[in-house]
Design a protein around this ligand. Structure first.
Ligand code: 8YV
Length: 309
């Protein structure tokens, strides 16, 4: 049996149902009755960023062998717990990289060229009464990338094509990247006009974009977050935007999704997306297929395709 934590993608649900005995946990309270009946037969959990696999869920299924997450991010999985219990973990890297990088560039473009704001200007009928005013150029900007992994590198490659100067911060210098390495995030922000957040969320990267980093990016700087909401101290971000200490922000992720600080709704220099960085039909199908082929490999005792542990 395979247990899915929450609805994530109908195609994935259907494909899992065709292959396995699928338990849709959102239809069952995880009470002693359900667990007594089914816990022994649940060998796999499929989770996602909305609902992953915490210690409590993992402990509920004593026969659990593998956790598959419909995401590249692992922040909703209790990895130490899985290690300790010998539970395998798989995610969906690579197949989503290009779409997340596209979304990041789209956000940077939307903020700098005021695309969402100008669309609202036309729809509201303001164009017949008023001029829209000027935006800021995106091409040629100094770009800072926090985390030069798969997604960060794909953002860098795109920004390079727009003539941007690329700098990055990461745990270690990537000597072959050809981009300028900043050991300090503060220095990176001070030297960037647009800062992209594309690292994994860990204890070290929680609130890595804090008040000082926001101030270093400054009143003309733009912050783009396609990582996790918790990478940014959100209340600091809101006050910096309200006080004009930061130029603008493009955000796909928030600290308390789906709740977004309402003060942001009034700001024209902010573009807000409902965590859709990977949500194209092509990438969603590829992610679902990767979840399924990992589970099939596991149950056939074959090597996992994208193992984390
Ligand atoms: C979402 C993501 O998890 O891959 C990640 O880490 O944040 C996204 O892929 C996905 O859309 C499912 O909610």
């Amino acid at each position: 049996g395979v247990a899915m934590t929450t609805p994530m993608f109908t195609y994935l649900e259907q494909q899992l149902e065709r292959r396995f005995n699928l338990f849709k946990l959102w239809n069952h309270p995880l009470d002693s009755h359900f667990l007594q009946e089914n816990a022994q037969s649940i060998r796999a959990v499929v989770g996602c960023t909305k609902s992953g696999a915490d210690a409590c869920l993992i402990d509920s299924f004593p026969a659990l062998e593998i956790v598959a997450t419909f995401s590249v991010g692992l922040d909703k999985i209790d990895l130490p717990k899985c290690m300790e219990k010998g539970i395998r973990v798989v995610n969906t890297p690579d197949v989503l990289t290009d779409d997340v990088a596209d979304a990041a560039i789209g956000l940077a473009m939307a903020v700098s060229r005021r695309i969402s704001e100008s669309d609202r200007f036309v729809r509201s009928g303001s164009w017949t009464k008023d001029r829209f005013g000027l935006a800021t150029r995106f091409n040629g900007k100094s770009v800072g990338i926090l985390g030069l992994g798969r997604i960060g590198s794909a953002i860098a490659k795109r920004a390079e094509a727009f003539g941007c100067l690329i700098g990055y911060s990461a745990r270690s210098e990537k000597h072959h990247s050809g981009y300028k390495y900043f050991p300090s995030v503060l220095d990176l922000a001070a030297n960037s006009q647009i800062l992209f957040v594309s690292c994994a969320l860990t204890e070290e990267t929680r609130h890595i974009v804090n008040r000082e980093v926001i101030n270093a990016l400054g009143p003309n700087g733009i912050l783009i977050n396609v990582g996790r909401g918790a990478h940014v101290d959100e209340s600091e971000l809101v006050s910096a935007l309200l006080e004009g200490r930061l130029g603008g922000a493009g955000l796909d992720v928030f600290e308390n999704e789906p709740h977004v600080p309402e003060q942001l709704f009034e700001l024209g220099n902010v573009v807000l997306l409902p965590h859709v960085g990977t949500d194209t039909i092509e990438t969603s199908i590829a992610m679902a297929n990767l979840v399924i082929s990992n589970l099939e490999a596991h149950f056939r005792n074959e090597p996992l395709i994208t193992p984390v542990i």
